[in-house]
Ligand binder design. Structure first.
Ligand code: HEC
Ligand code: HEC
Length: 358
């Protein structure tokens, strides 16, 4: 049995020469809210260590797919801040073909009002699990895990395999006492509990906004000013997770309709053509390639992209315009993006019934 985590090619762009100390920055912007270090657990979702631990095992279990060589972690790898390092075209798998889009990070999604690039998974989606016949309405993370496991043929074999493992049976009993039923719903609740435990809140940026002026390099501090000022990045990438959770067309050259394909109303449909959910920027230095289609390979190229005002100008957001940044301003902005890195140490667990993980 081989356990695949895709190779990770980090973008090394953070070598800067320290220059003189710059003036301290005055805080005025209320959008600079730190991430809460407390995980939020919506009503009705399991919150125990046992549920998180079970979810971690399921998340790394390569028996997720029929050919037993792909887990959630194959595309959401701890080595790439729970994203992956391939563009969508390379995300092909023999059981299910090509992924349409680039895998996003799953850090800090505990408060996400929607998930997926097109926002197709909002809070409050309702399902009737086949084994209970009772309707449940789920949060986005629970919904995403439940929907994918229940509706995709390639994941069909996973539940019986998990059910057959004595070690999993014990874990389900601890996570869902007293019966510990192995159901798609309980699997989804446990996986979402694990995802909720992935909190990134101690980057250099967090320490800086918490009041330590030395946490950011001089370059990153200048970059922060550009982020909020001349670069206008904070118009959309704001709040604790550096996203407004809204949908914008920023001019990525792609034929993917994005949000508009999920909207019925014709006027609104046109408004959202080519618009995607603003991604949070935490750990962005680790999650290349970028954009919904993985079409931009490095942060340098992302900054160049914004500097020229995007590539495709039909239905472009009015917030995107050429920036005319100097070379130094571009490097400073990249230094700031590099200061958003903080990951938690999660190693692949040993999986019940699988002797060795390579
Ligand atoms: C083959 C690669 C692949 C596998 C396997 C995979 N994902 Fe994903 N995941 C993706 C892609 C690509 C997206 C973005 C799809 C979109 O938005 O249209 C995504 C989106 C998500 C999101 C939404 C994130 C956001 O911010 O919008 C979550 C949560 C998630 N996946 C969790 C999981 C879980 C849990 C599993 C295992 C049950 C899993 N994924 C398995 C590739 C994968
Ligand atoms: C109008 C809102 C808006 C503005 C302004 C904006 N962004 Fe974005 N940003 C987005 C959206 C939406 C996406 C995803 C677009 C897509 O995939 O088509 C994105 C994607 C990104 C990504 C890729 C993240 C990933 O995980 O793939 C980075 C990095 C980024 N923006 C940084 C910046 C920087 C730096 C600035 C300022 C120079 C900026 N953004 C300005 C909305 C915005």
């Amino acid at each position: 049995m081989t356990f695949h985590i895709r190779p990770y090619f980090p973008t090394v762009i953070s070598l800067f020469i320290l220059t003189a100390l710059s003036a301290s920055i005055v805080f005025a912007d209320t959008s600079r809210t730190p991430v809460n270090d407390r995980m939020t657990w919506p009503e009705g979702t399991p919150r125990s260590d046992a549920a998180v631990d079970l979810g971690r095992h399921l998340f790394f279990d390569p028996r997720l797919v029929l050919s037993e060589d792909q887990s959630c972690a194959s595309c959401h790898s701890p080595h790439a801040a729970f994203a992956d390092s391939v563009a969508r075209d390379l995300t092909a798998h023999k059981d299910w073909g090509r992924a349409k889009r680039n895998s996003p990070t799953i850090y800090n999604l505990t408060d996400a009002p929607v998930v997926h690039w097109d926002g197709r998974t909002p809070a409050g989606q309702c399902f009737t699990p086949e084994d209970t016949n009772t309707e449940v309405c789920l949060e986005p993370l629970e919904s995403q895990a439940f929907k994918s496991m229940r509706s995709r043929k390639i994941y069909d074999g996973f539940l019986p395999k998990v059910k057959a493992e004595p070690a999993y049976q014990d874990m389900f009993k601890q996570a869902f006492p007293p019966n510990g039923e192995v159901t798609h719903l309980n699997m989804a609740l446990a996986i979402a509990a694990f995802e909720r435990s992935l909190v990134s809140n101690d980057s250099a940026y967090d320490r800086y906004i918490a009041g330590d002026p030395t946490a950011l390099s001089v370059e990153a501090r200048r970059g922060f000013e550009i982020y909020e000022g001349k670069g206008n990045c904070a118009a959309c990438h704001n709040g604790p997770n550096l996203t407004d959770w809204q949908f914008h067309n920023i001019g990525v050259d792609s034929d993917d309709e994005g949000r508009s394909a999920k909207i019925e109303d014709e006027d609104k449909k046109a408004e959202f053509r080519g618009a995607f959910k603003t991604p949070g920027l935490r750990n962005v230095a680790l999650t290349a390639p970028y954009m919904h289609d993985g079409s931009i390979g490095t942060l340098e190229k992302v900054v160049e992209f914004y500097d020229r005002g995007g590539d495709r100008h039909d239905n472009l957001s009015p917030l995107i315009e050429p920036l005319n940044l100097t070379d130094r301003e571009k490097w400073d902005l990249i230094a700031f993006l590099n200061a958003l890195t903080h990951t938690v140490g999660i190693e692949p667990p040993s999986i019940p019934g699988i002797a060795e993980i390579h």
